[in-house]
Design a protein around this ligand. Structure first.
Ligand code: NOJ
Length: 496
């Protein structure tokens, strides 16, 4: 789809949205009366939507294995997700990322889709096995070429590339050779790969090292749900997480040593998000303590350069083994913190227990979106950044992911009226704006996702995109939420 077509489509959808909004009001049916009505409906200044800060960065996000396809092209090596998704019974709909969105070949069209949204930034990830098919050693220049072509296309369209180095597609060769994240050899290989990218992908000024440690370590190495499908005991799991933290620290140093001056680096973490169940000073304090302790295994050690006493005591004999030198590397200062925020993970209250907090059970009736794990709690995007900024004294936060799956049925007129996604986004963005207004340093927001894609163990059954993708024809069609987001970005405000 060309940029023009998609812009037209979005404008059409925005028009429909405006019509919908007017329908309930005293709309007149001739043009002059319409204009008059519009005047009358101009909100009084006090009711006007507050704008976001002038330089607020609006973006959208994807990741390599979820969209690229072309898994056997131009010398790419296998990743743990290739092997895992081809293992019967692992992916709900039996699908793989072999073809996915064919983004490897359609990237120019996809950049046009990003541009049509009006956003200024795009977060994508680099497939490590495309660049180092064996995980380390001999690089594959053709793999890097693809990302240079993508970055050039983005820059030519006025879109700032935000690159993620690790969005779960570990080279299978490293898994086979050293047990993947079970070995610090993988941390070192990651540092070499990071240096290689930072030196050669020169159009990129902002790099996320690893994405969602809280997910891929536990689900991949602890519970056998994600690739590589291992169920390690607690001590080995904690050690694997430590190796990821070490990889992050080594990568920060490697990028600073090899990248262009001023290259910024940080991680994107699915922070264990804690919300005070009832907002009292005691419960806010409890949520703060809980946020620090429940994130001690990655964000905490990265931002403090040490594991908390609580974390070490809880892990006991299963605590990771580490040296002071490793902690110094892990604690190398970052330029920003990326937070992936979807759902409240814990509602907490104050407690007399030693920990100082109590986690409340979720009622089964707690509302969720089309993915069961995606509980609706817009206040989480207010509390998690607010508490993180306070605990770790962070001055730059990006919401590196936020968004929702939705059923996304095509209507008789060919459109996708994803009103549930719009409801979700409107409420989350309102809470994010509340945080910013109170001084929480959120500088940018990346909506997950640009387009429907391979949603890991759910295959193509869960759709997160602003654009609907027909995985047979590869046609991309903007959903109503694309028009909503474009409107927010254009106004730099939620509504008028
Ligand atoms: C977070 C992950 O980073 C991304 O890959 C995934 O698709 C979204 N959550 C939605 O589940």
């Amino acid at each position: 789809m060309s940029a023009d077509v998609s812009r037209r489509d979005l404008a059409k959808l925005a028009g429909l949205a405006a019509l919908g909004a007017a329908a309930g009001a005293k709309a007149a049916d001739n043009k002059a009366a319409d204009n008059k009505a519009a005047d009358n409906e101009t909100p009084a200044p006090a009711d006007r939507a507050a704008p976001f800060p002038k330089d607020f960065l609006w973006g959208t996000a994807t990741s390599s294995y979820q969209i690229e396809g072309a898994v056997d092209e131009d010398g790419r090596g296998k990743s743990i997700w290739d092997i895992f998704s081809h293992t019967p019974g692992k992916i709900e709909d039996g699908s793989t990322g072999d073809r996915a969105n064919e983004h490897y070949h359609r990237y120019k069209d996809d950049v046009a889709l990003i541009k049509a949204l009006g956003v200024k930034a795009y977060r994508f990830s680099i497939a490590w096995p495309r660049v180092f098919p064996d995980g380390s050693g001999q690089p594959n220049p053709k793999g890097l070429d693809f990302y240079n072509r993508l970055v050039d296309e983005l820059l030519a369209n006025g879109i700032e590339p935000y690159a993620t180095l690790y969005h779960w597609d570990l080279p299978q060769a490293l898994q086979d050779r050293v047990g993947g994240w079970q070995s610090s050899d993988t941390s070192k290989a990651f540092a070499d790969y990071s240096a290689y990218i930072a030196a050669r992908l020169t159009g990129v000024k902002t790099i996320f090292t690893v994405n969602e440690v809280g997910r891929f370590v536990n689900f991949g190495y602890g519970w056998g749900i994600d690739a590589p499908g291992l169920k390690l005991p607690a001590a080995q799991l904690n050690q694997a997480r430590h190796h990821v933290a070490l990889a992050h620290g080594l990568a920060v140093q490697a990028i600073r040593a090899s990248g262009r001056a001023g290259t910024r680096v940080g991680a994107a973490e699915n922070i264990a998000a804690c919300v005070p169940a009832i907002v009292t000073p005691e419960n806010i304090r409890a949520a703060e303590i809980a946020t620090r302790e429940l994130n001690a295994g990655f964000l905490g050690v990265v931002l403090e350069g040490k594991y908390t006493d609580g974390f070490l005591a809880y892990a006991g004999a299963d605590a990771p083994k580490f040296t002071p030198d490793e902690l110094r590397i892990i604690g190398t200062p970052n330029d920003f913190v990326g937070l992936n925020i979807y759902a409240p993970q814990y509602y907490v209250t104050a407690s007399d227990r030693a920990s100082g907090f109590r986690v409340l059970p979720f009622p089964t009736s707690f509302p969720h979106m089309n993915s069961e794990w995606l509980r609706v709690g817009p206040e989480v995007i207010y509390w998690a950044p607010r508490l993180a900024a306070k605990i770790w004294n962070i001055d730059t936060i990006y919401i590196s992911e936020n968004g929702t799956s939705s059923e996304d049925k095509i209507s008789a007129d060919g459109q996708v009226y994803d009103l549930d996604r719009i409801m979700f986004l409107r409420n989350y963005l309102t809470q994010m704006q509340r945080a910013i207004a109170e001084g929480v340093p959120i500088r940018g927001y990346f909506l997950w996702s640009l387009m429907d894609n391979f949603e890991w163990i759910y295959g193509y059954g869960k759709r997160f995109g602003l654009y609907r993708v027909d995985f047979e024809t590869q046609a991309r069609v903007p959903k109503l939420s694309a028009a909503f987001y474009r409107d927010v970005v254009m106004r730099n405000a939620i509504g008028v």
